[in-house]
Design a protein around this ligand. Structure first.
Ligand SMILES: Cc1ncc(COP(=O)(O)O)c(C=O)c1O
Length: 392
């Protein structure tokens, strides 16, 4: 079945009495009962399928888990209350019974960086950051640290670098480490399991849900990680709620249509603004001159390089602020993946906790504005961007 069809049909369509609902209902019950205590005991002991208590499982979130499993081609999935909940769950499950050491990409979503910089190390977990596009550097870091987990994002946020997942897999294998891949920016475009990922993470808040109306996450994994994830999920308790699971499922029915439009619009933004006099640098993974162009060509479908574009506006922070404040159709927002085109200034928002030197080292410049290109008509998006750049 083609992915577009899977996304419309996969998920929970359980028989309720004599009928089967076409759309997964919201099961807002926190616990479930049976005609006899013996039956409940059988369900608890997994001698019989069923539900007991919503933190252990809920039919709506299980529907979403089936759907995301089908999307990524994994064996199991665990839906969480946010993308950060998914990052946390994956890391905790990945470290169970293993050396508490992580090698992570130095360019990641700000919240993930914060978790790895200011929470994990204070619990005794060693974290080493390095540039995942410099494979020798990753090899060196892995040799020195002996990690249990390597963590990377498919399109790094916000600089849109693309690491060679197959080569990272080789390094992980040589160290008996797991490869965890955050695929939030590239659902349908990159399939990390095809490149040896052990777990795939999504902030479902973004493209999966797609409408800017829900906070959610999911970890999809290979079979051998099922028990570690299931046990950790039940103990950590960061489960998704049924209403949120419903919204993500509803959004995902149109994921394939939306991704096509995001990709096409982002490409047109790149083509229209690449030589604009107010733009210092345009970052777009589909740019033939992008530093990772060869990896992009190997990992992503031709002509579909995601919906994100980085516009490095001339004039540093004042220049970036003038540009963003002039935008009318495009909204200033910390999110991505909505139908609405969104703009963010990472150096004073998601990446403000880094020092100037750290930001310079990873390319988060003062003038950089991250654009999540939405699903509006391209003429309207371009008209807004052009009028805002005119005053530069
Ligand atoms: C790549 C990536 N991973 C994880 C997260 C965290 O997701 P959430 O905000 O849903 O917790 C984000 C949020 O922007 C993200 O961009």
């Amino acid at each position: 079945m083609k992915p577009q069809t899977t996304l419309v049909h996969a998920g929970d369509r359980r028989r309720l009495g004599s009928y089967i609902p076409v759309s997964t209902p919201i099961f807002s019950s926190s616990s479930f009962f049976y005609e006899s205590i013996g039956e409940l005991a059988d369900v608890f002991a997994e001698r019989q399928p069923g539900q007991t208590y919503a933190r252990m499982g809920n039919p709506t979130s299980e529907g979403l888990e089936d759907l995301t499993k089908a999307l990524e081609g994994g064996s199991c999935a665990f839906a969480t209350a946010s993308g950060m909940g998914a990052v946390h769950l994956a890391l905790m499950a990945g470290l169970l019974d293993r050396r508490p050491a992580i090698v992570a990409a130095d360019v990641l979503y700000g919240g993930t960086l914060e978790l790895l910089r200011s929470v994990m190390p204070r619990t005794g977990i060693e974290v080493r950051f390095c540039d995942f596009c410099d494979l020798e550097g990753v090899q060196r870091a892995a040799d020195e640290v002996g990690p249990s987990v390597l963590l990377v994002e498919t399109l790094s946020n916000p600089c849109l670098r693309v690491a060679d997942l197959d080569k990272i897999r080789d390094i992980a294998t040589a160290h008996n480490a797991l490869m965890l891949v955050d695929n939030t920016f590239t659902p349908l475009l990159i399939r990390p399991f095809d490149h040896g990922a052990d777990m795939v993470i999504h902030s479902a808040t973004k493209y999966l849900a797609g409408h800017g109306d829900v906070l959610a996450g999911v970890v999809v994994a290979q079979e051998e990680h099922r028990e570690a994830l299931r046990h950790s999920q039940r103990c950590l308790g960061g489960n998704i709620g049924p209403f949120e699971a419903f919204l993500v499922m509803r959004g995902m029915k149109t994921l394939a249509l939306r991704m096509r439009q995001h990709c096409s619009n982002a490409r047109k933004v790149f083509e229209a603004l690449r030589d604009h006099p107010a733009v210092e640098r345009l970052i777009y993974p589909g740019d033939p001159a992008h530093p990772d162009a060869a990896t992009v060509a190997a990992l992503m479908p031709a002509g579909q390089a995601g919906g994100a574009v980085g516009i490095d506006v001339k004039g540093g922070i004042p220049g970036a602020y003038r540009f963003v404040d002039k935008l009318r159709l495009v909204k200033t927002s910390a999110s991505i993946g909505d139908m609405t085109t969104l703009a963010l200034h990472p150096s004073t928002a998601t990446h403000r906790m880094l020092s100037q030197e750290e930001r310079d080292a990873i390319g988060v410049t003062d003038g950089l504005v991250r654009l999540s290109v939405g699903g509006e008509h391209i003429d309207d998006i371009l008209a807004d961007l052009r009028q805002a750049l005119e005053t530069q």
